[in-house]
Design a binder for this molecule. Structure first.
Ligand code: 0RA
Length: 629
């Protein structure tokens, strides 16, 4: 048969498929940076989790190997190895053909939107080396690949009495900019998956460091909520409901805390829907109705008051996880669920179950209502404070704060603002800036910690008002991203403990009140140098201790090193060339890579409870390098 040549029409097609993936990897996995690299692991993991969901295997192991490869081991049925219609082993088909669907379509919950579910063959195509070991039918089967191309047939290499699949791969260094797997990055997703799949045990192991953890939650998302609220004052035990209809499986867990923030995290088929969607809309609408019904049924509560959606959400931590066969993802990042039918289904389930819960648990209901009433009163107080401010025409008028040195440019896309710590640094940056497109807002001392303050206090804080006014996009329900006056908002604080505190405070403000600005990628952090190294006439700057060592190692000549404690120590020219000049500076864009972790971190670091903060400090103390004294 022509097959013997190994060069049939079909194999040409396969090669072309793999080549397409290698030519345009971003089309399949989003990007080729850190995110895309780690996405490869998630892709393989998804398959193992599907096996678990189908009822096969309780344990999954993820290992980062010392050679830069990662393996994912599961106890599922094992990829089928028998001969496929094409004459090839089914295993080879699954591993080498893009979207090897058809007979091998095993996913009950297929995922569209290009986030996950692109198939293991994509991971294979983007890997220098890959091996798959399958335990099935009493035998251990093995096949290896290079850049997606099989290096041998599927062979039996031993006997076994279990089933399962182990996929090991080493991403192609020529394709990815980021090539090192990060334990913590993988750990977050592994933990999330363990929470989302109650009962599943996932172990993660880093051979490079010996780090190893096991994630296993019998309570699933109920424990997820408890985890998120660890550092918050919890008002009642979490409420949990699970229901499966013909087309949707819904899980919901909620718990109120005494905090001021709202933390609703939603998932569709184990994928985080950062932008929410119809499932979240259904839940919110149900919750608001249940609460308003409750008020109507309890004469002791002020019936004349209207409880808004915002009041109901303050202090709420909720996880909504649904599984549907054909999700439609929309929105800027394709993480917003669009399926219209889902809203009603979630709404009615959430409404019925929450209503029953409130009726059957009067103690919990009272605690929740107390919190919501407090939020409502605080909102009214804030409204009054805002009206007052409005009357003084501060927020709405075109009057900019006195301290702001604005730029000449009016096009926000070409304008940037530096939020500068301290008046002295503010002064020198005003002198050194390019006033055509760079604005400066000096901030005196620390700004208010919005994590600990109710809204009306936030609104009356001078520093925050100056930021809000300068940014120009309004606040709260008046916020309008389109009015943002700068598309680069740059936090410039000192490289010391106070500076990082100020940076965290500003980040908290934006995270809690101007999240769209972060999501849009408008928020940045300036990176001023830590050292100035003078050698004869030459001047170099170093932005880390490591870089300082490199610079010093470059020539034996004696060098004069100045350690910059703050931005204020630089003269305007130095400030310009190191930190402000668009041609030479380095800006770090703030992104909500993982909003949930950021949220949790903020509540740990800035919230009321002291114990979790202590734990955090003890846990991370060893990693801190640049703590100055
Ligand atoms: C195709 C069909 C079946 C399972 C799998 C693929 C499968 C793929 C991966 C990837 C990692 N682990 C995996 N485990 C299973 C169905 C098997 C059957 O019907 O017996």
């Amino acid at each position: 048969m022509a097959d013997n040549s190994g060069y049939t029409a079909e194999s040409i097609q396969i090669l072309e498929g793999l080549e397409a993936v290698r030519k345009r990897p971003a089309m399949y996995i989003g990007d080729t940076g850190k995110r895309g690299l780690h996405h490869l692991v998630y892709e393989v993991l998804d398959n193992s989790i599907d096996e678990h969901l189908a009822g096969f295997g309780k344990n999954i192991g993820v290992t980062i190997h010392s050679d830069g490869s990662v393996s994912v081991m599961d106890e599922g049925r094992g990829v089928p190895v028998e001969r496929h219609a094409s004459g090839k082993s089914a295993l080879e088909v699954v591993m080498t053909i893009l979207h090897a669907g058809g007979k091998f379509e095993k996913k009950a919950y297929k995922v569209s939107g290009g986030l996950h579910g692109v198939g293991v063959s994509v991971v294979n195509a983007l890997s220098d080396e890959m091996s798959v070991e399958v335990h099935r039918d009493g035998k251990v089967w093995l096949q290896t690949y290079a850049k997606g191309i099989p290096q041998c047939g599927v062979k039996a290499v031993g006997d076994t009495n279990r089933t399962g699949t182990t996929v090991r791969f080493k991403p192609d260094q020529k394709i990815f900019q980021a090539t090192e797997f990060e334990y913590n990055y993988l750990r977050e997703r592994v933990m999330e998956l363990a929470f989302l799949n109650a009962g599943l045990k996932i172990t993660i192991n880093d051979e490079r460091t010996g780090q190893q953890e096991e994630f296993h939650y019998e309570g699933g998302i109920k424990q997820f909520v408890e985890y998120l609220n660890k550092s918050r004052g919890r008002l009642h035990p979490p409420f949990y409901i699970q229901k499966t209809t013909d087309s949707v499986e819904i899980q919901l867990a909620i718990q109120y805390t005494d905090s001021y923030s709202e933390s609703i995290y939603s998932f569709v088929n184990d994928i985080k829907t950062i932008e929410g969607g119809t499932h979240v809309a259904g839940f919110k609408s149900a919750l608001t109705r249940v609460i308003n019904d409750y008020v109507k049924g309890h004469k002791s509560l002020k019936e004349d008051k209207h409880i808004s959606g915002d009041d109901v959400l303050e202090g709420l931590t909720a996880i909504i996880s649904i599984k549907i066969p054909e999700p439609q993802f929309e929105g800027q990042t394709k993480t917003k669920l669009g399926n219209a039918e889902v809203k009603g289904i979630v709404d009615s389930l959430a409404y019925d179950s929450l209503k029953t819960y409130m009726e059957e648990n009067p103690q919990d209901s009272r605690a929740i209502m107390q919190k919501i009433m407090n939020s409502m009163e605080a909102r009214e107080a804030a409204q009054k404070a805002k009206d007052l401010i409005r009357r003084k025409s501060v927020f709405e008028s075109s009057i900019l704060p006195g301290k702001l040195a604005d730029c000449e440019e009016k096009d926000p896309a070409k304008s940037e603002i530096f939020l500068v710590e301290g008046d002295s640094a503010g002064g020198s940056s005003k002198q050194s800036r390019d006033r055509r497109h760079q604005a400066i807002l000096p901030l005196k001392g620390k700004i208010l910690n919005v994590e600990k303050a109710p809204l009306h206090k936030v609104l009356s804080s001078e520093g925050i008002r100056a930021i809000v006014l300068s940014v120009g996009a309004g606040f709260g329900e008046d916020f309008n991203l389109a009015k943002c006056r700068y598309h680069k908002i740059i936090i410039a604080s000192d490289a010391d403990v106070d500076g990082s505190h100020i940076r965290t405070l500003i980040l908290t403000l934006f995270y809690r009140h101007f999240k769209p600005i972060i999501e849009k990628g408008y928020l940045y952090i300036a990176t001023p140098p830590l050292y100035r190294i003078k050698r004869g006439k030459g001047i170099r700057y170093a932005y880390s201790d490591q870089e300082l060592q490199q610079v010093l190692a470059q020539s034996g000549e004696k060098a004069d090193i100045q350690r910059y404690k703050g931005l204020g120590e630089m003269n305007p020219e130095q400030l310009w060339e190191t930190t402000m000049d668009p041609e030479r500076r380095t800006l770090k864009r703030v992104n909500i890579e993982d909003g949930m972790e950021a949220d949790k971190l903020f509540s740990v670091l800035m919230g009321e409870e002291v114990e979790p903060r202590k734990e955090f400090i003890v846990q991370y103390a060893k990693q801190v390098r640049n703590l100055d004294i």
